[in-house]
Design a protein around this ligand. Sequence first.
Ligand SMILES: NC(=O)c1ccc[n+]([C@@H]2O[C@H](COP(=O)([O-])OP(=O)(O)OC[C@H]3O[C@@H](n4cnc5c(N)ncnc54)[C@H](O)[C@@H]3O)[C@@H](O)[C@H]2O)c1
Ligand SMILES: O=c1ccn([C@@H]2O[C@H](COP(=O)(O)OP(=O)(O)O[C@H]3O[C@H](CO)[C@@H](O)[C@H](O)[C@H]3O)[C@@H](O)[C@H]2O)c(=O)[nH]1
Length: 467
Amino acid sequence: MEITVVGTGYVGLVTGVCFAEVGYNVTCFDIDEQKISTLSTGICPIYEPGLEEMLKKNLDEGRLHFTSDSKAACTKAEFIFIAVGTPEDEDGSANLDYLEAAVADIGANLTKDAVVVIKSTVPVGTNERIGQMLQDIIPGNIHVKVVSNPEFLREGSGILDTFHADRIVIGTDDLEAGREVAQLFEPFGRPIIQTDIRSAELIKYASNAFLATKISFINEVANLCEYTGANIEDVAKGMGMDERIGSQFLKAGIGYGGSCFPKDTKALEKLTEYYNYDFKILRSVIEVNSRQKQQLFLKAKKMLGSLRGKRVAVLGLAFKPHTDDIREAPAIELITQLIEEQADISVYDPAAVGKVEELFGSRLYYADTVDLAIKGADVVFIMTEWPQITQYDLGRYPLLMREPLIFDGRNCYGLVEAELAGITYISIGRKAINVNRNLENSKTPALETELEETRIESAILHKVKLS
Ligand SMILES: NC(=O)c1ccc[n+]([C@@H]2O[C@H](COP(=O)([O-])OP(=O)(O)OC[C@H]3O[C@@H](n4cnc5c(N)ncnc54)[C@H](O)[C@@H]3O)[C@@H](O)[C@H]2O)c1
Ligand SMILES: O=c1ccn([C@@H]2O[C@H](COP(=O)(O)OP(=O)(O)O[C@H]3O[C@H](CO)[C@@H](O)[C@H](O)[C@H]3O)[C@@H](O)[C@H]2O)c(=O)[nH]1
């Protein structure tokens, strides 16, 4: 079976590599020539656990090919999976420019019948429009069927999610094409649900919106915990033990980010506007999330007043652990605010530093370790729950920081542990620890000397003047 995958982003690449892994002959096409030449040498341009190994293996075994030539990509293809980006447009709707360009390109290069499968997340009605578009471009003797096959993988566990998918959604109004695509997925042995084309498109948006709703809901409960003195970790655990509620996606935090939830909830809202339908819950989910992203910054401002000149360390930059993706990451919003405040900022992330450096350049100090990031800091913000951060020795915060003050947006540490370590610890939906303790008075002369040394060392690293 000959499969072509158009677009080698997170979804396209994982899809292509996994299809090759189960034995198909796969050609991955992208207009980004540099990406294609990198991929052709077996190097994976994105951080995705296990992907590079599987990519290399399938390249070596000859089942996986990369090209930036659309003609070559279409020649043999029986199934063409389109996985190009559908980013947020200025008005919040899904930008379909990449998809339309890809479809036009394929249409112009098709020389035989094929099934075109849209993996990109697209508003209801798009697949039908793509089908019409293709009919208008291709010669009359070529027949193309369009199938919707939305993707549900999560970044950071893309391969695992593909081989253990809860369901594979196949939406088409052409039963024969639906059967063919279902057959293609048989080697994965996962449950398949076949629907009409519009329902498949909506399943994708409704699923993401529902998961985002769970997150915004638990974040609202967390905020209520702070008023009432309850503990969100216990509340979420108690709720999640009810199987009707389920324990997943009840982790309170600093709000959802990433390339999907923010844009897909807004695109769905835009779709409801088009139909003049007021989807009230969805509007609140979006609003709650943008408010939640502000929580830590506002708490810090309330506690410290101005952050001007403060040494601030931001731990975790990616929108979640095990990815280098910083799209809509809460850390990026925070850093922008800290720059406006004229704070002196150091950052740490095991994978996403390169991408953040492209955005902020020399305005930040990029630390290779947590130790280096927090050395001499007045405040730490934790934005991503990487193991390097959750498993970090709490005793090192008081040792290395000027003041052991942590605002934790991911509830990485236990309250008792933070208390024992002598940290002023402010997290989400839990009691604040040691807030009124006078830290300066509790320091021994030896510790004072060590702190002063690290402050000077850190000032040299940060290239800033000491006050
Ligand atoms: N990232 C995820 O975890 C995820 C999960 C499920 C669904 N999705 C959806 O899948 C789609 C792709 O998302 P992504 O994150 O993989 O995108 P991405 O932005 O990482 O990658 C898109 C790729 O498409 C390429 N491209 C753009 N125009 C092209 C064209 N005309 N021809 C060939 N290639 C072209 C780009 O160069 C890029 O490599 C989106 O609709 C997204 O909403 C993403
Ligand atoms: O209990 C939770 C779970 C997640 N998050 C946050 O939610 C965001 C998204 O997390 P996750 O869903 O794990 O990552 P994505 O890779 O964005 O995957 C989502 O978006 C993809 C793109 O549409 C879908 O395919 C996946 O099914 C869907 O989970 C991240 O910022 C997480 O920190 C929380 O705050 N609390």
